[in-house]
Design a protein around this ligand. Sequence first.
Ligand SMILES: Nc1nc2c(c(=O)[nH]1)N[C@H]1C(S)=C(S)[C@@H](COP(=O)(O)OP(=O)(O)OC[C@H]3O[C@@H](n4cnc5c(=O)[nH]c(N)nc54)[C@H](O)[C@@H]3O)O[C@H]1N2
Ligand SMILES: Nc1nc2c(c(=O)[nH]1)N[C@H]1C(S)=C(S)[C@@H](COP(=O)(O)OP(=O)(O)OC[C@H]3O[C@@H](n4cnc5c(=O)[nH]c(N)nc54)[C@H](O)[C@@H]3O)O[C@H]1N2
Ligand code: SF4
Ligand SMILES: [Mo]
Length: 731
Amino acid sequence: MNSSVTRRTFLKGSAATAALAATGAGVCSLGAWQAEVAHAEGSYERKEGASLCNGCSSKCGLVATTLGGQLFTLRGSDVHPYAKGTICGRGHGVAQIAYSDERLTQPMRRAADGSFEAIDWDTAFSEIGAKVKDILAKNGPEALAIVQDPRPSGKEYSKRFINALGSANIYTHGAACNSSKEAGFAQTIGTGNFSVDFGNSKMVVFIGRSYGDGIRPSSVQSLAAAADKGTRIVIVDPRLNNSGIFATDWVSIKPGTDLAFLLGICNVLIEEDLYDHEFVEQNAVGFDEFAAQAKEYTPAWAEQQCGVPAATIEEIARALAKAAPAAAVEASWRAAFGCAHQNSFDTARAVTAVNALLGSWGAKGGALLTSSPKAGDIDKQKFPSAPKPEAKRVGDKEYPLAPSGMGSNLAVLQAALDGAMKGVFFYNSNAVQGYAQPKVWREGLEKTDLVVTIDVQMSETALASDYVLPECTYLERMELPEFIGGKKHYVAMRTQVLEPIHPETKPCDEIFAGLAEACGVGEYFPFTVEELAAAQLETVGVSLDELKEKGIVELPDPGFEYKTPKFKTPTEKFQFSSEAVGEAGLNPVIGWMPRLVEPKQGEFYLVGGKQGIHSHTMTQNVATMNAISREYGLERAWISAQDAADLGIADGDMIEIASSEHTGQVAARVTQRMRPGVVFLPTHYGGSSPYQSRAYEFGLNMTDFVPFHMEPGTGATMSQEVAVTVRKVEA
Ligand SMILES: Nc1nc2c(c(=O)[nH]1)N[C@H]1C(S)=C(S)[C@@H](COP(=O)(O)OP(=O)(O)OC[C@H]3O[C@@H](n4cnc5c(=O)[nH]c(N)nc54)[C@H](O)[C@@H]3O)O[C@H]1N2
Ligand SMILES: Nc1nc2c(c(=O)[nH]1)N[C@H]1C(S)=C(S)[C@@H](COP(=O)(O)OP(=O)(O)OC[C@H]3O[C@@H](n4cnc5c(=O)[nH]c(N)nc54)[C@H](O)[C@@H]3O)O[C@H]1N2
Ligand code: SF4
Ligand SMILES: [Mo]
């Protein structure tokens, strides 16, 4: 991993050298450097630049201050609707990757013995180009795919690149995040997400969503404000999560059975005639079938399935009805039904059904559908787009309910295992560690002819690739505009805040343009990112210069109003029943389906979740974050006090967790905040790339424990369909 120019040699000659030398410039040098520099602030040139955080999908707006060209501090954009003046802890941590001693600094090629050697860009491009052409000639464009976590530029460039090669195989990380949820919502309300009107709501129910753990600054602020106003906040979770301080109720539930809880609520609302007749009659289809089916889902039945007392279900249903329409079940994000269980899709549909019965769609204090802006058409001559690929995206036939903007990235894995997928690109994605069973990913990727990963670190996915291409970090590049919807509309962007720290890294627009050229389709990239950004912005009446300076600009007011929305479903109504779901081989009417894997006597459910200071798999090697995790034992597995007593486990003891796929050891956190019978693993640990030395083999990676399987209809990863055993490790 040595590059010709290390961080140390680069810094030599920069204004920061003296301060760095004074601190000893350890791996955590940024904070110490800041302290030193603060003394001598006046002697450095101070600049501010706008960007969007790369810590997670929220991409919060921020302003970065540099001193003498070195990153000094970050603050959240006051205008950006997700940041509202703040970036979260991991936003600060992620920025430090720029200065990491374990960054990727040069293109790498994997040798037959698995080791990596540094190569130059020309060699990397020409060898990848030759292999792509070979795959195109032998297997056709359907054998090529790209998997990514969409970044503002990535969205455009990777699509152009893969389409130019004749393939429609573009996938996001969605199948391991929120694709089942978006798929379910699409069928009932015609769009993948909604928001709760927190400021005006009287009661909100969270189904396995924790604003206090899975952070977005604006969400945390809205929750805190709602709690202050006395909003009733119900957390449904097998764990009393860190939103607990804002909550009025903790409903402890069996993982993967939230569908029964929601159907139980629907049953009470219908049977006790507490539902909004006007909404149902005028704005919904399929209610009669749904109501007939829901007769079975009595609170007593629901209690049997989900372990929540019937009386609790009844009380919550009645309280929601009383607060309606200023009440809602919140949309959630990943945990319970984003991609976790066999029944995630219907759980998502059931969430929206409760809101429909409450008449809360579009109501003040209820569940809101807002619109999103986008760039208009741009000059086709100057920015020629590739012809629409002939073949459909791989997986769309088998998993027709997967959201069109996401697809199921596991279909790529399946096709690789079957020998049909021959070349896979990963962009800003650690699929091997995070999207499904890592062993199976490695096996699948071994069967291909070409794997290329574009990353900033030697991730587990990079480690399983033939070529690794180093991108510069988000602070070192400008990207295309990012459009943001909601009650108000905005456009924001990343500007280049730092000069390149490692000269052999490149921004993604240059990487994709270089790949395209080498693969013989360079004609679709005859423009610079500046030109494309300016053209896109022109369509919404914003100049590139203005956006570069401000980082975010508000667009014309979309005129949001409280009123029943026109749902973008085929019937233009709320759909308790959908033809498309029937065609996909599932029950067209929202109804019960059990979880797939039921723990046997003596086994446990395994659930996962976020921690405030980490993002997915990406931050575990950041020196400061890793140090905090080690100091506070954040990698520990949570187990209930009752189970711990039964198994003779004391707080801090090492335990062994085993599933059909994997066995691993970690310390136990014994707590009253866990439902008995359930073990919780934080999802940010268990790194298996030795190039990331701080994260390597620290804690456990939940994905290792879960068998490879795909949710019917959506092709999501079913990240929690697993049972485990737990025992104390004798010293
Ligand atoms: N700190 C941090 N914040 C993040 C991210 C991050 O990586 N780190 N990533 C962002 C992204 S991309 C996402 S998708 C969101 C995720 O945000 P969330 O979906 O809120 O994330 P989780 O922490 O995975 O899960 C929340 C809770 O669900 C509970 N849970 C698990 N299984 C079940 C179940 O079957 N039923 C119920 N009712 N509860 C269950 C867990 O115990 C946990 O407390 O966070 C966003 N914000
Ligand atoms: N083990 C585990 N698996 C998970 C999750 C988890 O918390 N833990 N979370 C789930 C959820 S909610 C989601 S949304 C997905 C997220 O899945 P991903 O979007 O794949 O997120 P990460 O796992 O953090 O991997 C991001 C990769 O991008 C790289 N990267 C960071 N910055 C840049 C950059 O500027 N350019 C490029 N090219 N690469 C960059 C990081 O080094 C890392 O390898 O994962 C899901 N799977
Ligand atoms: S929530 Fe935190 S990590 Fe995610 S984009 Fe915003 S500041 Fe960055
Ligand atoms: Mo996610």
